[in-house]
Design a protein around this ligand. Sequence first.
Ligand SMILES: Cc1cc2nc3c(=O)[nH]c(=O)nc-3n(C[C@H](O)[C@H](O)[C@H](O)COP(=O)(O)OP(=O)(O)OC[C@H]3O[C@@H](n4cnc5c(N)ncnc54)[C@H](O)[C@@H]3O)c2cc1C
Ligand code: FES
Length: 371
Amino acid sequence: MDTLQPVMADQFVESLRTALDRALGWLTYPRKPEEYFAALAPRHFGPLRAEIIALEPHFDGCATLVLRTDKRFVAHKPGQFVALTLEIDGVRRTRCFSISSAPRSARGPRVIELTIKSTARGTVTPRLVHPSIVGTTVELSPPRGSFVLDDELPPRLLFITGGSGITPVISMLRALDQKAIREGAPGAKGTLLHFAKSEREALFLDELKQMPWLDLHLVTEEALGRMPSLDEASLAAVVSDFEDTRAYACGPAPLLKAVEAAFAARGAPGALTIERFQSAFDSGGEGEGKGTVHFARSNKTVNDHRTLLVVAEEQGLEPKSGCRMGICGTCHCKKLSGATRDLRTGEVSTEANVDIALCSTVAIGDVSIDL
Ligand SMILES: Cc1cc2nc3c(=O)[nH]c(=O)nc-3n(C[C@H](O)[C@H](O)[C@H](O)COP(=O)(O)OP(=O)(O)OC[C@H]3O[C@@H](n4cnc5c(N)ncnc54)[C@H](O)[C@@H]3O)c2cc1C
Ligand code: FES
């Protein structure tokens, strides 16, 4: 009896909170309660904002944006990203970008840099690399992501990057370079294997050449006369015992697949950490063909087994999204009831009133979502 009483009290508090949440939700529909708090006290509850104060072009369709963030922005760990939201033609769009500056930027406190390569037929990136973007205020998430250096630096670091995939890595390299200048050594021996179309399109090349502690290998399509490729042997030609290094890779999907295969072939997949810019779930994911999805606030019910984000978008609901691969948290939403599968982990959730990432979750039975 003694042990049951606290459980019953917890359950009572939980159901009271759920009932209050629902009542507030109905009162504030179509907005969420937290959006009202943000409107009442924007300085405390409102989104973090940043002003784009400069744009520095690298080559056609690629530029570094310099942003002055607001006072609440906490310093990032090198390698982390932010979800950036801006309004385009009256619609709020959110996309993720790695922070390319080091946490201690020479430009001053709370100034960060994002290096952006515009995507052909993309909605947001062509707008961001256009000079007219300077002076625009955007919203930012706090820095996020686990593609970061270990707290205790290992003796050797290997970075493998392709194209704009160098952006999170340049933040790490800049931080290591600052350490090398301060302490005489970066604390680890570094090797960078970078793939680019040409020398001209190899981002930050001049700066990388100025890092004396970094063993730099640049492979360009222009110099090879064909698309570069990577396998176990070509990686071993750069670092013979690469499986014994702590490695970070970011770039196009085929490059990442090849890097993973090389580490797996040496029996050392754990030595490698990967950052992906593109989602494997973008096509909608693979549902299991069971159940209906009920969007409670908008009262729509559909029989569609793709990711809940894709299903909601198809219904015209416009939920917020960023990375579309379950890492930025932008699309989190409450599942009111039903069974879902998380495509990242394969885990099944049957609990009611829990937060789920719409972009990487599919229904595997009748499901009700607070949207
Ligand atoms: C963690 C993370 C970090 C990132 N960091 C960076 C970074 O530092 N720098 C960077 O440049 N990028 C980065 N990205 C990628 C960046 O977020 C994408 O470039 C961006 O989402 C593309 O946005 P977009 O609105 O321009 O394209 P979207 O409109 O989202 O289009 C995406 C894709 O759909 C295609 N598409 C769009 N419309 C059509 C259409 N009508 N017909 C056919 N195809 C179409 C586009 O060609 C494109 O391939 C990162 C992504 C993640 C997840
Ligand atoms: S959009 Fe980033 S977690 Fe879903």
